[in-house]
Design a protein around this ligand. Structure first.
Ligand code: SF4
Length: 372
């Protein structure tokens, strides 16, 4: 069967992972800039999706759509695609291809116009390499026990953290001289996602460094860390084993009231304490913030501006505009306008090279990210 993968730049890591998963089952995906072959696979996020719906609907081949948007909005997508993969794809996609090839009904985890067959599994990371022919980042952990109200991650991957074993990571790391990782929280490796297990993180770092033979970027693009996991000890570990001079943490708001409404599970004091540990440990902080959460007051945005100014004394800020993603508890809400004071402050700090991001255009954060 001729199976194509629709090329979409931001979905390269998904392609790497699904190529490897399908290869294990005898299907070799062919990357393509147009739909074709017997079947074409799409992975879409919620921002890109509208731009591909007509193409999918008009395609003369069988179409399969997965990714965050498909999981969140499968009921809409079954009107344009033949099959919609809901949730993780590594086990479901090859299984679906096999069913298509043999003229059978779709497996669990797939929606069609006839309805959704509920998924019957969750993926063990060790069962699938992060990549094979096409290189991707090494995914060390999946799932998140937190429930940040704007985030699709727990909606797609669940609240229980799953980790790739050290043996599997060691094998994947052999392909790199410079290592970057995919995980919701790099410091959570080996843990339940709530309690730091520094011994396991240290063993991971030693394996990845391979006696200094490789560069290791940890707690920086494309993953980050949560503030309350940043301690004197965890910073020391990063300083000892890793090559990044910056540490990237998500804080999102300088207001405790907003953090509480978002169910972030940490406070502003946690963020300030983390900043101190990063600076004292000789690293440079990079902090993510979001403006325009629903019902965010002017005063709450001013508190975030204060946090931004504090971070910029010694580090950098990525500022984003809130976007209500489908499938999240905040889906369907509206972004609050960014106050003029915040616009002015962010603009002048951006001119000074301290702030980057897309606080005026929420869609940009899905297409562009500056690597550190
Ligand atoms: S923002 Fe991060 S910590 Fe919060 S739910 Fe998403 S992945 Fe988990």
């Amino acid at each position: 069967m001729d199976v194509r993968w629709r090329e979409i730049t931001s979905q390269r890591n998904s392609f790497a992972a699904l190529y490897a998963a399908c290869e294990l089952h005898g299907y070799h995906l062919v990357s393509s800039s147009i739909p074709g072959g017997d079947v074409t696979l799409y992975s879409l996020n919620s921002i890109q999706a509208p731009g591909y719906l007509d193409e999918i609907s008009d395609a003369s081949c069988i179409t399969v759509v997965g990714g965050p948007h498909a999981t969140a909005c499968y009921e809409e997508l079954v009107d344009v695609a033949d099959y919609v993969v809901v949730g993780e794809g590594e086990f479901t996609v090859p299984r679906l291809l096999d069913r298509i090839e043999h003229g059978l009904s779709p497996p669990p985890g797939v929606a069609t116009r006839d309805g959704l067959v509920q998924v019957d599994h969750s993926v063990l990371l060790d069962a699938y390499p992060s990549f094979s022919e096409y290189k991707g980042y090494i995914e060390i952990s999946r799932g998140c026990p937190y429930a940040c109200q704007y985030c699709q991650t727990p909606c797609i991957f669940g609240h229980r953290m799953r980790h790739r074993s050290l043996d599997s990571i060691r094998e994947l790391a052999k392909h790199f001289k410079q290592i970057r990782l995919v995980t919701p929280n790099a410091l959570a490796y080996g843990s339940d996602g709530r309690h730091l297990e520094l011994g396991k993180v240290e063993r991971l770092m030693k394996i990845l460094k391979n006696d200094g033979d490789r560069e290791l970027y940890f707690g920086t693009f494309p993953s980050e860390v949560r503030p309350e996991w940043i301690t004197e000890e965890s910073v020391e570990l990063i300083r000892t084993f890793c090559d990044n001079k910056k540490l990237h943490m998500g804080v999102q708001s300088g207001s405790d009231a907003v953090l509480s409404r978002l169910c972030r599970g940490h406070s502003c004091a946690d963020a300030l304490s983390a900043l101190d540990h990063i600076r004292d440990g000789g690293l440079v902080p990079v902090v993510d913030v979001i403006f325009g959460f629903p019902d965010e007051t002017d005063e709450e945005q001013e508190e975030t501006v204060s946090l931004v100014r504090e971070v910029c004394k010694s580090g950098f800020v990525h500022a984003h505009r809130f976007i209500p993603l489908p499938g999240t508890p905040l889906a369907g809400t509206r972004s609050t306008p960014v106050i003029p004071e915040a616009e002015v402050a962010l603009g002048s700090l951006a001119l000074a090279g301290k702030v980057t991001g897309s606080w005026n255009d929420p869609e940009l954060r899905f297409f562009r990210r500056v690597p550190y």
